[in-house]
Design a protein around this ligand. Sequence first.
Ligand code: BMA
Length: 316
Amino acid sequence: MNYNLHPFKRYGNNPILTREEIPYPINTVFNAAACKFNGEYLLLLRVEDFSGISHLTLARSRNGYDFSVDEKPWIVPSKDPEYEPYERYGVEDPRITQIDDTYYITYTAFGPYGPRVGIGRTRDFVHFERVCLATEVENKDAVLFPEKIGGYYVMIDRPSGWGGQQGSIWIQYSPDMIHWGRAKVLLSPEPGWSHAKLGISTPPVKTDRGWLVLYHGVRETGSGRLYRVGALLLDLQNPEKIIGYTPHFLFGPEETYERTGDVPNVVFPCGAILEDDGTLKVYYGAADTCIALAEANVDDIVELCLIEKDLLPSFK
Ligand code: BMA
């Protein structure tokens, strides 16, 4: 068999954003959501300040490679008593999904009780309105599908598993974006590169052969955790059905900016943009310290999911 198991190419001028590009003093910038809006590329950056609390700031680009960062944070931990106890330690790891003319932002609300999934929305990237805290703790890494399926909004998330040790990816549904239920496990860690836990990385991208989702897998090693990226293909009508899967990682830390930083050996995508020519631009946090970009042809990833799915022991 002659296919490329690692289809992503890193952008030559990586990293695309470091803390030097943020117009106010901060510790690190990483794990950014991405979308296109009014002809511009937008990144919603996770910015960690010197107290260790994260907020979200917008960056804008005409070409998807060179970004300029807004002067001020956009989404900061809420002071609203409904949200304040749950966002006190920060808002983290956003993902953006466009549904009709509204851009929904899922994020990790982090507070004294642990992480939970927050959902907010905007139509103009000026006004931001919180919709709900969609889950209890311990839950994070949530993405929304860009359309209703069977009349319901659909979300994939990652509640922590038994004893807080293992993390499987789950799927659940809502009639109104507020009340969520009918939750089911979608994929659990397998022995090997992602044995410790999984989490969804990027919101589902619709292809003619299924919903393509990148996810991260974590391996515990003698010197800490290793975060790498795999892909899943879900049935268009029934996203609970995995129709493709890569049993190996597609992308992992190799470059110095991915290997060294506040948390070494981490690539953590939160944003993906599909271009008209089939290029998938994936924006990822590197070593919890900067933001980088890698690109692949979407069909190459889909092919890998379909060719290799039978290699997963629990898939049969
Ligand atoms: C995860 C999240 C991410 C982070 C990663 C590596 O649990 O907290 O925000 O990038 O760990 O530290």
